[in-house]
Design a protein around this ligand. Structure first.
Ligand SMILES: [Zn+2]
Length: 67
């Protein structure tokens, strides 16, 4: 297990829309007073057009908040 190259799974952020683990990169966006991360522009669009209007602040997953 020495020099395991990846972060622990529970420390990695998840896409704010589809929940996919983001091992690197991702797309950051300010939403509902938080900086959220998404795996793609498509997922950000889904958040804006579906999740946020439907769920409001509950659409924000703690696992997707970065910085
Ligand atoms: Zn996604």
């Amino acid at each position: 297990m020495a020099d395991y190259p990846y972060q622990e799974v529970n420390e990695m952020p998840r896409c704010g829309s589809c929940g996919k683990l983001l091992t690197r990169g991702g797309l950051k966006a300010e939403r509902l007073d938080n900086t959220l991360i998404f795996c793609s522009a498509k997922c950000l669009e889904i958040f804006d057009t579906y999740k946020a209007p439907k769920y409001g602040e509950a659409a924000v997953w703690p696992e997707s908040i970065v910085g």
